[in-house]
Every structure is written in structure tokens, then in C-alpha cells.
Design a protein around this ligand. Structure first.
Ligand SMILES: O=P(O)(O)OC[C@H]1O[C@H](OP(=O)(O)OP(=O)(O)O)[C@H](O)[C@@H]1O
Length: 186
């Protein structure tokens, strides 16, 4: 995994713009959790966290959900430390565990939409009883697929964003807010 020097890291941090502060993001999580509880109260869903970016979204949703549920993960990525997407690489696809389940796919962002559309298609192909999705953020842009997430926390501008699980060159996933990288850093 590539590294940034402290000088590069602090430069990016100084130039980035705040898009949604911690309070706004936490409110979005409350709303997302409420929507999930309404849809899944009696369904014993299997939440499927999309690793790596979806870890923070799943981790902040779970303690807010007072319903019967289980957790599993898929590992599929397109960006791999870059700021533009490529081909989808599967590293973990729990096909057998998905059969007959009400699956809720959990990710940090719906950008071009290719990742979520491919994961939802894979869950359907693997025999899920139903498949819905939740994302912390949807990018305000044209998407490369007709698929849309069922539950969306926030809409963010069409800029490269980071924080709350979203990375910039493998960093800033731990930022306690959502920030956009400066044009010169993208
Ligand atoms: O809508 P799309 O344009 O397909 O992009 C969205 C995907 O890109 C990011 O993952 P990435 O491939 O960067 O892997 P990561 O989870 O390790 O960050 C993000 O976590 C989503 O899974």
C-alpha cells in the first residue's frame, strides 16, 4: 500500500474543503438507521459490508440498529488507492452465505455506481431472497448505471471526497467529517 510523506499529507489536509461536519454526518447516520429499522424489523437481514470503505459506515450503523440482524462482508474494489476507478477486483465474495438471505449491502459512497451495481447483481446471482443497499454518500453526478441505492445518507458534490471511511490515496479514512480534495490534489 503506497504511503504519503508527512509533508504531502499535511498539504492535502490544509487544502481540503469541508463538505459535511461531524454533526451533520452523525445525523445522517441516525436517519439511515431509522430507515433500515423500518424496512428490516422482522426480516433478520444479512448486512453485507463492502470492505474497505464501508467499514466505518457499517460500524457506525450497527450500534444504532435495535433489530435482529447478522453481519458479513464482501471485498471488491475499483479505485485501489487512486482517485479514478478501474475494473472491479473481487477479493472476497461469500456466495454460499448469501443464498436465501435478505441482503442489505452497506458502503460509503455511490459515485459512478459500478461497484454497488456489480455487488447487487452478484448477490442476486448468488440467490439472495432480496437485495437492497445503503450508502453514506451519493455523488451528485450522472451515474454509469440505472441502479440507485435504496437508502442514502448525504448527497455530496461531484468532487473527490474523503473522511468517514472514504480514502484519499489510502489516507483520511479516519477524518471526522467529509472533506473534498483541492483540484490540485486530484
Ligand atoms: O460508485 P463507484 O464509482 O464504483 O465507486 C464507489 C466505490 O469506490 C470505493 O471503493 P474503492 O474501490 O476505492 O475501494 P476501498 O473500499 O478500498 O476504498 C468506495 O468504497 C465504493 O466501494
Amino acid at each position: 500500500m503506497s504511503k504519503m510523506t508527512p509533508e504531502q499529507f499535511h498539504g492535502v489536509r490544509q487544502r481540503m474543503d469541508l463538505i459535511a461536519d461531524q454533526a451533520a454526518v452523525e445525523r445522517a447516520f441516525d436517519d439511515m438507521a431509522q430507515a433500515i429499522e423500518q424496512r428490516y424489523a422482522d426480516k433478520d437481514p444479512l448486512l453485507l459490508c463492502v470492505v474497505t470503505g464501508g467499514i466505518v459506515t457499517a460500524g457506525l450503523l450497527l450500534p444504532r440498529l435495535d433489530i435482529q440482524l447478522r453481519l458479513d462482508y464482501v471485498h471488491a474494489s475499483r479505485y485501489r488507492g487512486a482517485t479514478s476507478g478501474g475494473e472491479l477486483h473481487w477479493r472476497h465474495r461469500p456466495s454460499e452465505a448469501i443464498q436465501g438471505e435478505h441482503v442489505l449491502v452497506v458502503d460509503d459512497i455511490f459515485d459512478e455506481g459500478c461497484t454497488m451495481a456489480a455487488i447487487v447483481d452478484a448477490c442476486v446471482a448468488d440467490g439472495a431472497a432480496s437485495v437492497q443497499s445503503v450508502v453514506l454518500a451519493r455523488k451528485e453526478r450522472a451515474h454509469a448505471t440505472d441502479y440507485r441505492p435504496d437508502i442514502i445518507g448525504l448527497t455530496v458534490p461531484d468532487r473527490y471526497v474523503m473522511g468517514y471511511g472514504l480514502d484519499y490515496k489510502n489516507y483520511f479514512r479516519n477524518a471526522a467529517g467529509i472533506y473534498a480534495a483541492a483540484d490540485e490534489d486530484v
